[in-house]
Design a protein around this ligand. Structure first.
Ligand SMILES: Cc1ncc(C[n+]2csc(CCOP(=O)(O)OP(=O)(O)O)c2C)c(N)n1
Ligand code: SF4
Length: 294
């Protein structure tokens, strides 16, 4: 990878923030000739503490829900002025800004066929406002709005299948990626930007604060999510699964869960073993569905 820092150090992200690493890798893969948009969220806040900016490329923050809409407008402006060949547009948002509040704008961007790459930094909750659950929070995770207790095991719903929702728009390219696999991410960003039309990449980015894990474990945890089958890495082209990252020997989900405070109750409360079995079932289903082994 070329050593070009388009996301400068000195921002205010927490130590070990997967999202800070993720955006740096995305920009490194994309290169200088991009215009980026950003939803409200941790990335926007930690990259732009006035009067400073970590962005070495044009970057626009507007509202929480409209990163895809702003990017759509930029794409149209570039198209009518004949500059879309030279300049790529990248829209960005957290999982809350993408899967929940920005979903309508995102769907519109896909449907209208804008030549934009949307990157969702999936840290699996609304982190910037204090770790509230989002549509991409995984089953049984503790958040401040899904606290485990006498009657609850944490988040009661499975993770929303946003890549499938994106693929159902029959857009040219959908992929999942992880900061634990930077070369895979690099390849996917470059591939996405080489294709015309709307593209969606959902990037798994551990959050030491919200997941309650040690900052030094960000990469290990990101890798374990993939190696257990809980975060399958795949590509879909024109709505059809086209490639997956194989796992040689899937690891038990406990190895992933036990490193994170957001799952601690599963190891402490009576009956937790059953819940862990349910989570193992989610991983096994992914392994089958995406044929991750073999
Ligand atoms: C319309 C609107 N509702 C709520 C907020 C408050 N708000 C700002 S950032 C944020 C959370 C962002 O979460 P997410 O998109 O998951 O990104 P993260 O901070 O986790 O990276 C919320 C709820 C807002 N700015 N605008
Ligand atoms: S709260 Fe999480 S996502 Fe936000 S800056 Fe800290 S580590 Fe990064």
């Amino acid at each position: 990878m070329e050593n070009d820092h388009l996301f400068a150090p000195g921002h205010t992200a927490c130590t070990g923030c997967g999202q800070a690493l993720g955006v740096r890798l995305v920009l490194k893969a994309a290169g200088r000739n991009v215009i980026t948009t950003d939803a409200t969220g941790c990335l926007e806040v930690f990259s732009s503490a006035y009067p400073y900016s970590a962005w070495e490329v044009p970057w626009i923050h507007s509202l929480f829900e409209n990163s895809a809409a702003v990017a759509s407008g930029i794409e149209v402006a570039l198209k009518v002025t004949g500059r879309l060949e030279q300049i790529k547009v990248i829209a960005q948002g957290g999982d809350g800004g993408t899967a929940d509040i920005g979903l309508q704008a995102l769907s519109g961007m896909f449907e209208r066929g804008h030549d934009v790459l949307y990157v969702c930094y999936d840290n699996e909750a609304y982190m910037n406002t204090g770790v509230q659950r989002s549509g991409l929070t995984p089953y049984a995770a503790r958040t401040t709005t899904s606290p485990p207790g006498r009657l609850s095991w944490g988040n009661a719903r499975p993770k929303k299948d946003l890549p499938a929702i994106a693929a159902a728009h029959h857009i040219p390219y959908v992929a999942t990626a992880s900061v634990g696999y930077p070369y895979d991410l690099d390849k996917k960003v470059k591939k996405a930007l080489s294709l015309g039309g709307p593209k969606y990449i959902q990037l798994h980015v551990p959050c030491p604060l919200g997941w309650a894990h040690e900052a030094a474990l960000t990469i290990e945890i990101a890798k374990l999510a993939v190696q257990t089958g809980l975060y399958p890495l795949f590509e879909m082209e024109n709505g059809v699964l086209s490639a997956v990252k194989k796992i040689a020997k899937p690891k038990p989900v406990e190895e992933y869960l036990k490193l994170q405070g957001r799952f601690r109750h599963l190891f402490q409360k009576e009956g937790g073993a059953e819940e862990i079995k349910t989570i193992q079932g989610i991983a096994d289903e992914n392994i089958q569905r995406y044929r991750l082994v073999g």
